[in-house]
Design a protein around this ligand. Structure first.
Ligand code: ADP
Length: 418
């Protein structure tokens, strides 16, 4: 093919103008860089001909440029897309910051006109800095006339704008993520400080009262104060344990020892403890007979059950609580059902997330939103599931499952170790 690819005259200028306008619009309106590049190059091909296009961008770590995008739109299309088209021209444009024209010979193995390759390399400017090179390649001639080089420079400038938009969008996203992180950290610190301060406030208050030299306390009163101090010190320990557990579970550093254990004694121990802690809680227990031996960490399973029962006493005070333990197929199913206010359905999907508390209920009882998160992580580490059903007026039915290890099957731990 010889002569200009776009005939001069009003028609050509009209086509050029339309394409130039469309390219500018795509750049202004597109947020998807890859799709934007596809459209810009498709439009560019209506105003000057090229067979392949490749974009080389600087790798931020090595400082070197490398191919990041390539398309074959003309003669090269039948061949597999070769990402490294025109590499020398891209390097030169990047190094010099100038437009470069290079002619290459693809070698005798390439038959016919495609052996001759003209590469136009343009420096890729983003945010006032040269960050790579854009290559337009034409197979089998003709070479690029000056008006096509100008059009290519116009396209390159717009590609730079597309990349600048992407850089800005990434920067905004990272700033937003940092702001969100800072907000969550602030919220975390204020929740935790509040939670730590409350028991500490009680302890300090009652100790100061007992130490007053101007007052004499009856034995009963002194006893009551000491019990409060004792309870609040327990609460403080529990809170710190929960914080440590939750961060270890988050980072995967909590150690657990899974051993062949029967579940009944664990349940009975927890029930006995609950009865002494909450003597007014009507607590019914139903455990199926002949439950299989499980492979579990008894302390951690007791911790999960304690947590569900302590929540029932906090959020469903005075309500009857039923514990049911059954076997369902390859699982042992443990359920704690109270008849309290239940949980609004829209909060259930988030209930087991770290720090999540039902906003309308935060005044009902003290808490950090760590308990159910810890329960979920512990049960998942056993290969089980945890969940809750809550029908209006039916209270909350929390349940978790523990897999029954079958003799021929690998244990959950062995599977995890692989
Ligand atoms: P915390 O009790 O410290 O807030 P949890 O993770 O144990 O944290 O519980 C998360 C939230 O789930 C609680 O704040 C409460 O709103 C809700 N919740 C938990 N158990 C019950 C229950 N038995 N009945 C009603 N709401 C509950």
């Amino acid at each position: 093919m010889t002569g200009p690819l776009i005939p001069p005259g009003p028609l050509a200028y009209g086509t050029e103008l339309n394409a130039v306008y469309a390219i500018a619009r795509v750049v202004a309106e597109t947020f998807d860089t890859e799709a934007g590049l596809d459209t810009v190059f498709r439009l560019a091909r209506t105003i000057f001909i090229f067979d392949v296009v490749a974009l080389y961008l600087q790798n931020e770590d090595s400082g070197e440029i490398e191919p990041t995008y390539a398309r074959a739109l003309g003669r090269g299309r039948s061949r597999e897309a070769e990402i490294a088209w025109g590499e020398p021209a891209a390097f030169e444009a990047f190094r010099t910051g100038q437009t470069v024209l290079r002619r290459e010979d693809a070698g005798p193995s390439v038959k016919g006109r495609e052996r001759r390759r003209d590469y136009l390399g343009l420096p890729m400017m983003v945010g006032g800095r040269c960050v790579g090179g854009l290559i337009f390649g034409r197979f089998g001639g003709p070479s690029y006339p000056p008006e096509h080089i100008r059009l290519a420079e116009f396209v390159a400038w717009h590609v730079g704008q597309l990349l600048e938009n992407r850089r800005m969008a990434r920067r905004i996203a990272s700033l937003e993520a940092q702001r969100e992180l800072a907000r969550m950290q602030d919220e975390f610190i204020s929740t935790i400080s509040h939670e730590l301060r409350t028991p500490l406030g009680f302890i300090k208050g009652y100790v100061t009262t007992l130490l007053r030299e101007d007052a004499e306390w009856e034995d009963d009163a002194r006893d009551e104060f000491l019990h409060i101090i004792d309870d609040e010190a327990d609460r403080l320990c529990e809170l710190i344990d929960n914080l440590l557990d939750s961060s270890r579970l988050e980072t995967g550093t909590l150690s657990m020892s899974l051993e062949k254990t029967r579940i009944e004694p664990i349940i009975r121990d927890v029930v006995a403890r609950t009865r002494s802690l909450y003597p007014y809680m009507p607590l019914n227990v139903e455990i199926a007979e002949n439950l299989p031996t499980l492979e579990i960490d008894a302390t951690r399973i007791a911790q999960v059950l304690n947590n569900l029962l302590s929540n029932a006493s906090k959020y469903a005070p005075g309500s009857e609580v039923n514990i049911r333990v059954t076997q369902r197929g390859g699982q042992v199913h443990i359920e704690v059902h109270d008849r309290g206010p239940g949980i609004p359905l829209d909060h259930i999907p988030n209930l087991f997330e770290r720090f999540y508390r039902v906003p309308e209920r935060v005044d009902d009882a003290r808490g950090t939103g760590l308990g159910l998160f810890i329960c979920r992580k512990l049960i998942e580490a056993h290969g089980g599931e945890i969940g809750v059903d809550s029908d209006p007026g039916e209270g909350a039915r929390f349940y978790f499952t523990l897999p029954v290890p079958s003799t021929g099957r690998k244990s959950h731990r062995e599977n995890q170790d692989e």
